[in-house]
Design a binder for this molecule. Structure first.
Ligand code: PHE
Length: 383
C-alpha cells in the first residue's frame, strides 16, 4: 500500500531531498504532482488514489522489469507558483523515470515545460486543453481534447431527438478567465454550438475563487438564455449554481458544464439538480474491466471512483505497459515507448496516442441528481 504524506514544498525540510545523484537502478520511480489540497483538491486526491492503486497492483504482481515501482507525489495546491518547485524536485532530487500530472490544463502546461526542458516524459491523465501536448514531444495525454468536449455538449443541448431532448439554441457562457481550460473550452463550445444552429446570447467571465457572481448572473438573466454553459472547476461552479436561481433565472434553464465539474454534485446542493456535464467515465458502464475496477476501488477506498481516479489508474497502467516495452530505462527510451502506445485497453476505453501525443476517446454525458449526490449516466458521444 502506498503511504502518502503531503509535502508542502514551501516549508520542506532539507532531509527529504537528500538522495543519491543518479537515477536509482534498483527501482522504477514515478513522480506525481497534483492539487492534493486547495479548491481543486478532489482533482489531485482522486487521481492519486487511482494511480496508487495501479502501482500497488503492478508491485503485487512482481513489479516491472524485475523492479518495484516507487511513487513520489507532491502537492502543488492547485497553484502555478508551486508547480515549478514540485516538478523540478521530482526531476533533479528524486530522479524520476517519468511523471504523471497535472489535472488542470494551466498547471500541466507549466509542468510540461519543465519536463520538456529536462527530457522527462510526462503523462497527463486528464488535461484536455490542446496547448498541453503542444508544449513538446515529451508531453502526452491519455484523454480526449476540448474541441471534442465542446462539440459533445453543443450536440447534447441542441439535439431535440437526443437523450436530453433539450433542443435548445440560445445559450449563455460563463468563463473562468484564470484557466486555460475554461477559456479554450468556452471557445470550442461556441464554435460547435454555432455549427449546430445555436448561438451564444451573452458571454461573461469570472476569476476562479470569486465569491460574488451577481453582476455576471444579472447580465446573463438580461439576455434571456435557454441554457447556461459554465466550463469551470467544481468549487466555483457550486458557488455559481447557488446564486443562479436567487437572481431569478428560472429552474427550467439548465446549467451545463464539462469535465471540470467532477464532484460538484457533492457540494452543489439543490441548486445543481438536473444540470448536465460531459465526462470521461461513468461507473455504471457495464464493461467487465470497468466493473472490476469499480469493485476493487470501492474495496480499497470505500467510495465509488470518479473519472479522475479512473484516468489516474489508466495513466499508471499505460506507463507500466510502455515501460515494459521500452528497450531500456532511459527517459528517451521510455518517451519513445509511450509515443508508440496503440490500443491500450484501460477502464476509460482504448487509448492510442496519435502523432500529436493525444488520445481520441468517446465522452459520456451525466445528469446530476442533487438529493442522491450522484451524477447519472445519460449517453455516450463518440468522436
Ligand atoms: N480537463 C480539465 C482541464 O484540462 C481537468 C479535469 C479533467 C477536471 C477531468 C476534472 C475531471 O483542466
Amino acid at each position: 500500500m502506498v503511504r502518502t504524506l503531503w509535502i508542502y514544498l514551501g516549508a520542506m525540510t532539507f532531509a527529504l531531498g537528500c538522495k543519491s545523484n543518479s537515477t536509482a537502478t534498483d527501482e522504477i520511480i514515478i513522480g506525481e504532482y497534483g492539487s492534493m489540497t486547495g479548491s481543486e483538491a478532489v482533482f489531485g486526491q482522486s487521481t492519486h488514489n487511482g494511480l496508487s492503486m495501479a502501482i500497488d497492483e503492478v508491485n503485487a504482481a512482481g513489479g516491472l522489469k524485475g523492479k518495484k515501482i516507487r511513487l513520489v507525489s507532491y502537492d502543488d495546491q492547485g497553484k502555478t507558483s508551486e508547480v515549478g518547485t514540485a516538478v523540478t524536485r521530482l526531476i533533479t532530487s528524486d530522479h524520476v523515470h517519468a511523471i504523471v500530472g497535472e489535472v488542470s490544463s494551466s498547471l500541466s502546461i507549466a509542468g510540461g515545460q519543465i519536463c520538456q526542458r529536462h527530457g522527462v516524459p510526462m503523462v497527463t491523465p486528464s488535461s484536455t486543453n490542446p496547448k498541453v501536448t503542444e508544449v513538446g514531444d515529451y508531453v502526452f495525454r491519455i484523454c480526449y481534447i476540448d474541441p471534442f468536449q465542446g462539440y459533445v455538449m453543443a450536440k447534447f443541448v441542441t439535439d431535440p431527438q437526443g437523450p436530453s431532448g433539450l433542443g435548445l439554441k440560445r445559450v449563455a457562457i460563463l468563463v473562468d478567465q484564470r484557466q486555460a481550460y475554461s477559456q479554450g473550452l468556452s471557445r470550442d463550445f461556441e464554435t460547435a454550438l454555432i455549427k449546430a444552429g445555436g448561438n451564444v446570447v451573452v458571454k461573461s467571465s469570472y476569476q476562479g475563487g470569486d465569491q460574488d457572481f451577481s453582476a455576471q448572473l444579472t447580465q446573463i438573466k438580461g439576455a434571456n438564455p435557454e441554457a447556461i454553459y459554465i466550463p469551470g472547476y467544481y468549487t466555483d461552479v457550486a458557488n455559481i449554481a447557488k446564486q443562479v436561481r436567487g437572481i431569478g433565472i428560472a429552474q427550467s434553464v439548465p446549467l451545463l458544464g464539462g469535465d471540470g465539474w467532477e464532484s460538484v454534485q457533492e457540494i452543489g446542493g439543490p441548486a445543481i439538480d438536473g444540470a448536465y456535464y460531459s465526462n470521461h467515465f461513468a461507473p455504471e458502464d457495464t464493461h467487465a474491466e470497468v466493473q472490476s475496477f469499480v469493485t476493487k476501488y470501492k474495496a480499497k477506498y470505500g467510495k465509488t471512483p470518479d473519472s479522475l481516479a479512473a484516468l489516474g489508474y489508466d495513466a499508471g497502467m499505460l506507463l507500466r505497459e510502455a515501460i515494459q516495452r521500452a528497450p531500456s530505462l532511459d527517459r528517451a527510451a521510455i518517451r519513445d515507448a509511450i509515443a508508440a502506445t496503440r490500443d491500450f485497453q484501460g477502464v476509460t476505453g482504448k487509448t492510442s496516442l496519435d502523432e500529436h501525443r493525444n488520445a481520441r476517446k468517446p465522452a459520456v454525458v451525466l445528469r446530476i441528481n442533487a438529493a442522491a449526490k450522484t451524477a447519472t449516466y445519460m449517453t455516450t458521444i463518440a468522436p
